[in-house]
Design a protein around this ligand. Structure first.
Ligand code: ATP
Ligand code: MG
Length: 586
């Protein structure tokens, strides 16, 4: 494997798959149309899928940006190599699994643009459907002398496990006759023993330098209700035993997981080899490969921390637009195309590293730049009055919906005597290099006229309340006189008589430190106090009809999306997805 560590990041899994395809490593597999054991698949036809991968979440939480990497990887490889990726719920743990999560997870995978219909059927699977097979495989291991029931307590087992430098000690029950283990295992299954009274362990090697091979537990007693199998079972397989079996019965070829499972790979192979020896599974067996999980700066992905953020109300639920969950990212206006681009750009590495958050934001900017219609919003409004423009008059100006896509046409932007402009686009005394409005200066009202600033009004505190100007009638954009007056500044505006006020949420990063909680700090101390600012903005008329989840570029400001939850018909609420430029680069 060592040469794989040095292959270009994005390619090591592709290299493996291409090698396997070239060698026909998985060509002899049969597929009976549904998961099953060796005999079941043998009766089927040669597998039409060249490779099979899987995405196997536990339905115990919402998917996050890290999962998006795994989804794009597994579904992307299957698509690129004529295979199929199974959507599999790893629901072997009876506790904490809920339909709500199953629904949210399938929604998010589809939203990212992937599906599991292939070769004429759906490949949505539940690992709990394999409990019968897992149990039968365990009985086989006992009969073959490869597993035993250990009656030690959990504490005793822990005490005899050894350490990284010392071997473990054999359990006194290790050599109990197979028939006795089998009888006890059946009693476990039949509910004759309480939780923790005994476990089934693989009989491998208590002196193995890999602690995971020191007779790992494969079945435990748990008197618990399961969402799928109800009260049928009171013994449940351990994850490390269940996972290779799930892969094998589904005919998975490349089982791609994160690096922390690297030390489990020998056990993964051990289980499959033993069951193949017994004829329960057929060669070629699935193979496990590990890649580095995604770590993103300014983001926490740990389930414990995300739960804490929600439960202690640092955010407004799992779909808060600041959350790194996919439901949150979606409300924030992040796009599936952006996630797919991101997954491609960061590639797949064999070693853990941190990915800069700006890379994700740039991917969103790039995809939104393509797709988002341009609109005008004044976020911090102040009045601009064109004193020489007739009262009661208004006229149409025209602005392209997308500067690079003339085929998307133009929209009407009405202009009248009183406008809203950005407060920062006026300065009574301009700082050096300031080309916007100040007394005596001329700027272009984008898509409209050139105006010359004449002064301002102020309130008792000296705060500017109204800016005054005169417009130059011959200079309207799109007319022959437009270029007759040259100006350096170009500002956006909306007509006060036509604009509508709307709630806009200016979201920013949830954490202000690139490595929240690094060192001894509590990650909660790194929360960005300015991660959400709610304002009332003045928007151009066309934005009134924005549909939930519709994305726009607000010119000069960034990308915004009509909130999918809080927008009402004719009254959209907007979330800032990302600014036009990164304000965080130091
Ligand atoms: P848990 O702690 O509950 O196991 P998990 O984040 O591992 O949480 P799973 O539902 O087991 O959640 O994850 C499903 C798949 O997503 C796994 O194959 C896992 O390897 C992958 N995955 C999870 N987190 C990341 C991450 N940060 N980067 C890449 N892949 C990830
Ligand atoms: Mg996991």
């Amino acid at each position: 494997m060592s040469e794989e560590k040095n292959t270009p990041a994005s390619n090591f899994l592709r290299n493996i798959i291409e090698r396997d395809l070239a060698q026909g490593a998985f060509a002899s597999r049969h597929w009976a149309g549904a998961p099953g054991d060796a005999a079941h698949h043998a009766a089927g036809a040669p597998d039409p899928a060249k490779i099979r991968t899987r995405f196997p979440p536990e339905p115990n939480g919402y998917l996050h940006i890290g999962h998006a990497k795994s989804i794009c990887l597994n579904f992307g490889l299957a698509r690129d190599y004529g295979g199929v990726c199974h959507m599999r719920f790893d629901d072997t743990n009876p506790e904490k699994e809920e339909q709500e999560y199953v629904d949210s997870i399938t929604d998010s995978v589809k939203w990212l643009g992937f599906g599991w219909e292939a070769f004429g059927r759906s490949h949505l699977y539940f690992a709990s459907d394999y409990f019968d097979f897992m149990y039968r495989a365990a009985e086989y291991l006992i009969e073959a002398g490869r597993a035993y029931v250990d009656s030690q307590s959990a504490d005793e087992m822990r005490a005899t496990r050894g350490t990284l430098t010392e071997p473990g000690k054999n359990s006194p029950w290790r050599d109990r006759p197979s028939a006795e283990s089998l009888a006890l295992f059946r009693e476990m299954r039949d509910g004759k023993h309480p939780d923790g009274a005994m476990v089934l362990r693989a009989k491998i090697d208590m002196a193995s330098p890999n602690i995971n091979l020191r007779d790992p537990a494969i079945y435990r007693i748990k008197h618990a209700h399961h969402h799928n199998t109800g009260d049928k079972w009171c013994v449940y397989p351990m994850y490390t035993y269940a996972h290779p079996l799930e892969d094998a019965v589904e005919g998975v070829t490349h089982s791609i997981c994160t690096l922390e499972f690297e030390d489990q790979r020998p056990f993964y192979d051990w289980v499959l080899e033993r069951l193949a020896e017994g004829g329960l599974l057929a060669h070629p067996l699935p193979r496990q490969y590990e890649f580095a999980r995604l770590n993103l700066t300014y983001v926490v992905l740990s389930k414990r921390k995300l739960i804490e953020l929600v439960e202690k109300k640092y955010v407004n639920g799992w779909d808060d637009p600041r959350m790194p969950t996919l439901v949150g990212a979606r409300r924030r206006g992040y796009t599936p195309e952006g996630f797919r681009l991101f997954a491609e750009r960061i590639g797949v590495a064999k070693a853990d590293s941190w990915i800069e958050y700006t890379i994700l934001e740039d991917c969103m900017r790039e995809t939104l730049n393509e797709s988002a219609a341009r609109r005008i919003a004044v976020l911090d409004p102040i009045k601009l009055v064109m004193d020489n423009y007739p009262h009661e008059q208004s006229e149409d100006c025209f602005a392209p919906n997308h500067p690079q896509k003339p085929e998307l046409g133009k929209r009407v932007i009405p202009l009248s005597r009183e406008l809203w402009i950005e407060r920062e686009d006026f300065a009574e005394t301009p700082p050096g290099g300031y080309f916007r409005l100040y007394p005596g200066n001329r700027v272009r009202l984008r898509y409209g006229y050139v105006v010359e600033c004449t002064g301002c009004e102020k309130d008792a505190d000296g705060k500017v309340t109204v800016v005054h100007c005169n417009y130059l009638p011959e200079t309207k954009s799109g007319t022959p006189g437009a270029d007759s007056v040259k100006v350096k500044g170009n500002i956006h505006w909306v007509s006060a008589a036509h604009a509508h006020a709307a709630e806009v949420r200016l979201y920013d990063r949830l954490f202000k430190d690139p490595h929240p909680g690094a060192g001894e700090r509590d990650y909660l101390n790194d929360l960005n106090p300015d991660s959400c600012k709610t304002i009332t903005a003045q928007l151009e008329p066309a934005l009134k009809d924005a549909q939930p989840e519709e994305c726009f570029q607000f010119e000069r400001h960034g990308y915004f999306v009509a909130d999918g939850k809080d927008s009402a018909a004719g009254k959209p609420v907007f979330n800032r997805t990302v600014t036009l430029r990164d304000a965080w680069q130091k």
